[in-house]
Design a protein around this ligand. Structure first.
Ligand code: WQD
Length: 333
């Protein structure tokens, strides 16, 4: 039985679908701060399987412990956490409480219940300013914001836990930029309020909810001057978590792996591809660079392939088409 913290969120819900599709059982644990309870019914509709859900906060160590005991949890995928870079700059202690203290509560509950396997949702933001590109897992880690710092602190906690207890099976997955939606169009990225991230902003412009896209900076040293990122389809990302759990079954200890495509795209690449697949025009305004944004970053994905046989399968068109399909389904609801 897999406990997925943050399991009703954008990433967590897609991981739940991938786990269920692989014949695994899941119990989702979420405080619903950035998601809705209706997602449970939707997940059961997609998978035709029962999905258990516990409403709770990862700071509630006792509830985590009783949930693990009640459901016979033997593996954990930890997605619960705050993830806005600008918000973390304004309120670092809130990020340390939720992301670091929350992870500590989870690990202590696992220790009480003798649960030895955890896959942690980490982030490429732990790398910070690139010393070289693409980022490989040996790249120095110098996060440039509190969000990235909290992810690195949790990685360090996990690494030292594995050093102290050799029976632990721990994998940190460093995400690049997850986008897109499940092919059903029934789940996807639906942040509350105005989206920070590029793809959900584009889909809301296409749907008419927002008037135009702000393009933050066209003076970066990239092919068209706009920021370049390694966008990965959220279902590719989700399937990477199932592969990580399977890998850990025969590989105890501690590991860190990038989850990215290795293929960078600029903002205009995304806008043009989205326009092509949706038939919609995305009006935009050029705006100043966003504080904290890097010019370009993308993954060296070779370690995931080497140790887990993992490769991404879905291209940029599929990412855009699935995101647009989800937005359209949202409007029907
Ligand atoms: C992508 C590009 C922007 C919005 C975020 C999170 C980070 C990580 C990955 C979890 C940049 C440009 C964006 C807009 C724009 N998540 N942009 N107009 O900043 O790379 O990272 O996702 O680990 O924590 O911060 O993603 O989608 O915000 O930006 O021009 O309205 O699009 O400048 O070049 P980012 P993003």
């Amino acid at each position: 039985m897999i406990l997925i913290t943050g399991g009703t969120g954008f990433i967590g819900s897609h991981i739940a679908v991938a786990c269920l599709a692989a014949g695994k059982q899941v119990v989702l644990f979420d405080n619903l701060s950035n998601s809705n309870i209706e997602i449970i019914d939707t997940l059961e509709k997609i998978t035709h399987q029962q999905v258990s859900f516990i409403r709770g906060d990862v700071l509630d160590q006792d509830l985590l412990t009783t949930t693990m005991q009640d459901f016979g949890v033997d593996e954990v995928i930890h997605c619960a956490g705050l993830k806005s870079v600008p918000e973390s700059v304004d309120n670092p202690l809130r990020y340390y409480l939720n992301n670091v203290q929350g992870s500590l509560c989870l690990l202590r509950a696992m220790q009480t219940c003798e649960v030895k396997t955890i896959v942690f949702s980490s982030s490429a933001t732990v790398y910070g300013m690139p010393s070289y590109l693409p980022y490989d897992e040996a790249h120095p880690t110098n996060p440039m914001n509190p969000y990235g710092s909290t992810k690195l602190h949790v990685e360090q906690m996990l690494r030292e836990l594995a050093q102290s207890d050799h029976s632990m099976k721990i994998m940190c997955l460093r995400y690049f930029n997850p986008v897109g939606a499940h092919e059903s169009g029934l789940i996807g990225e639906n942040p509350k309020g105005i989206p920070n991230n590029l793809m959900p902003y584009i889909t809301r412009v296409a749907q008419g909810e927002l008037p135009y896209l702000n393009i933050y900076g066209t003076d970066y040293p990239t092919k068209d001057g706009t920021g370049e990122r390694d966008y990965i389809h959220v279902m590719d990302l989700a399937e990477g978590h199932v592969m990580a759990l399977d890998y850990l079954k025969s590989h105890p200890g501690y590991g860190v792996v990038n989850l990215g495509t290795g293929r960078p795209y600029t903002v205009f690449d995304l806008v043009n591809t989205f326009q092509e697949i949706s038939g919609k025009t995305i009006p935009y305004e050029i705006a100043p660079r966003r504080n904290g944004d890097l010019s370009s970053y993308f993954a060296n994905p070779s370690l995931a392939k080497q140790i887990m046989g993992y490769e991404t399968k879905r291209d940029l068109k599929s990412m855009c088409a699935s995101a647009w399909s989800f937005q359209n389904q949202l409007d029907i609801q």
